[in-house]
Ligand binder design. Sequence first.
Ligand code: ATP
Length: 372
Amino acid sequence: MDRAVLGARRSGVLGPPGTARENERLMRPLYQVTELLGDGIGAELSRAVHRLADALPVQLEFLEVDLRLENRREKGKKLYDETVEKITATRVALKHPTATAEESPNAVLRRRLDLSVIHRPVYTIPGVPSNFRRELDLDIVRIATGGTYDDPGRMIGDDGAVSLRIVERRPVREAARYAFNLARKTGKRVTSSSKYTIQKATDGLFEQVAAEVARQFPEVPHSVELFDAMLGKVIMAPEKFQIVLVLNEYGDFLSDMACGLAGSLGIGASANLAFDHSAVVRVALFDAAHGTAPDIAGKNLANPTAIFLALSLLLYQLGEIAVGQAVKNATLDLLREGVRTPDLGGKESTDSFSDAVAVEVARRLAPKPRNV
Ligand code: ATP
């Protein structure tokens, strides 16, 4: 029997073997997910994810890979080979925070899996202190290669320096297709943003490819904004923007600005994406923005919000949009009601917060009783 079933039975979501409740559960769609175990609060976060997963109307079978520092030191490159193989097979992975020592697992996986696009949702989170008075809900889709970041540049004599700015059709097409697909699934609109009036070749090519992809999604509203103007508008009228497609450096700036506005630097999650030759997502790795928090590890104090938001993104990727939305909305609504862990001024433990989210998600997704 798989772990998900065992866990579900323990938590009371499932009845004993052979009962209608268990049979119903076993009929649920089954997805395999590679789970990368991490350091510090990683163990608590993994437990939290399993508690929540047991309450979902889909079966997630987690194939674990131990990426804790000790195991990385013992197994070295072999462990990364195994990790890449598993992720390539399951196509989706959930990664817990890992300590950076000899190497950064994030950097190794980015390189080995060719993760070239980052989807970073940023929104105001109830209970997270922020100077910003408005509600923000942005999905930033950033091409994570090229731009000015792939060329360190060089000096020209003593007083000048030059660097190349690289924009390529392929990654732009991949990111654009991802952004428009996300818009199609969620009913949102897309804004592509750059400085195409000045950077005519590079940003012009970006907007040209974005427009080509937009034509394949006629039902998705698409607009173009100059990047500098958009920064001002995100602050003054954040409701105008939903999914924003941007080149590498613009995405870097925009993510930090948006996180600063939302005050949620530590609560964010992201999807890191790799594509096949037809610009279809080949693998997607989801993680929380925060680190391993060694100061609170093992104390049942860790806030699992970010990893739940990462799980919600993973469910979107699996096509389980309603389930993904329920995970996100239940988590945020509980925070709004004051059900919070100590880092947000609350009294809940990792376990009790996770249970509260699990119960709320199950309640929201329970089949409605039929009228007789
Ligand atoms: P690393 O070296 O892995 O980045 P760090 O401690 O330098 O670890 P974070 O892990 O991001 O950086 O932690 C910064 C602070 O935020 C710490 O005080 C930590 O306890 C707190 N923190 C981070 N993540 C969480 C979380 N999920 N729940 C509660 N507190 C957290």
